[in-house]
Design a protein around this ligand. Structure first.
Ligand code: ASP
Length: 318
């Protein structure tokens, strides 16, 4: 880690949470990112800059925070002396933020998101080690792309998913497997760093970070005894207007198995598509992906989970 400038951006989460919140219990997003770094045993030669971009429980992640984070990442990544970025984040929507940053920025430097399952003042807090591991990954020569570091594992933004409600090793990359691990302060890589082609020029990114609203894309689930009324209500201009919401422009359907849909839902989606709503199929299965078949009515999500497919379609509709 010697002689490198790494920028640490704080956004909140349990890693910055405490057990002694105002109501006497656990609350996320209480400690400043500078305080999280204060006690870490870092080599003196590492130059760290920290910035508090937001202070949120990531279950409440919203467009304004995402836009602020995209702006700060873009700013710091453009500084030649910066080797990489670390972002402290809650676990709940970590995979969405990771995917968004990779899809929009396709960074040639490492952007490492990290988190914790236990609050900062817990006796056995996991945040400090995760943060130290994330700094190690950000300082790794040749590292690039957006990755998540948690419980010693390095995951690609494309594959990572939160899979456990309380275990410290709460993330998995499923069948793809993790990218590697941080072992005794060093990176052991087993797959290549995430790579995607740069899709957005500077002015397109400026639009993404400035728009007051992104196209509205919702997720629906195919399940037994599904109601056709759900999709009809979602895409109804009258319902949207009643809530002052923009009309739905896209729907991601979390399908059963290999992309199959309840016939009732299929019919409702056909009606939505006839209104100009874009439909994409992901699977509700934790493993595998939807394999396209000739004559499929709806495109598949290219292996993306429903929440990431929602972001991909949102960006496409921008
Ligand atoms: N609700 C928290 C968050 O996502 C959970 C966590 O960080 O583990 O911010």
């Amino acid at each position: 880690m010697q002689g490198k400038k790494i920028v640490v951006l704080g956004t909140g989460g349990t890693i910055a949470g405490t057990l002694s919140g105002p109501a006497g219990g656990y609350v996320a997003a209480q400690k400043a990112v500078a305080a999280l770094l204060a006690g870490l045993p870092l080599p003196a030669a590492v130059e760290l800059v920290s910035e508090q971009v937001a202070q949120v429980d990531s279950k409440d992640m919203d467009l304004a925070v995402w836009q602020a984070l995209l702006r700060r990442c873009r700013h710091w990544l453009a500084q030649p002396e910066v080797q990489g970025l670390v972002i402290t984040h809650g676990t709940d929507t970590l995979e969405e933020t990771a995917y968004l940053l990779q899809a929009v920025l396709a960074p040639a430097k490492p952007v490492v998101l990290t988190c914790a399952m236990r609050p900062a003042d817990a006796i056995d807090a996991d945040g400090p080690q995760n943060l130290l591991d994330a700094l190690t990954v950000a300082a790794e020569p040749g590292a690039h792309g957006v990755v998540v570091v948690c419980a010693g594992h390095i995951h690609s933004a494309f594959d990572v998913q939160k899979v456990h409600t309380w275990q410290l090793d709460a993330f998995s990359s499923g069948e793809a497997g993790d990218l590697g691990q941080v072992v005794q302060g060093g990176v052991v890589l087993t797959r290549n760093w995430p790579q995607s082609t740069v899709k957005y020029a500077a002015d397109a990114i400026e639009k993404i970070v400035s728009l007051a609203a992104w196209p509205r894309v919702e997720i629906v689930l195919s399940h037994a005894a599904v109601s056709e009324a759900t999709v009809d209500a979602l895409v109804s201009p009258e319902v949207a207007a009643r809530f002052g919401a923009p009309p739905v422009r896209g729907l991601v359907v979390a399908a059963t198995g290999n992309g199959t849909l309840h016939r009732v839902l299929e019919a409702a989606l056909q009606r939505a598509a006839a209104q100009g709503v874009r439909v994409v199929r992901a699977t509700r299965c934790a493993q595998g992906r939807v394999w396209p078949q000739p004559g499929d009515a709806w495109p598949d999500s290219q292996g993306l989970s429903p929440v990431k497919a929602r972001l991909a379609l949102t960006l496409e509709l921008l």
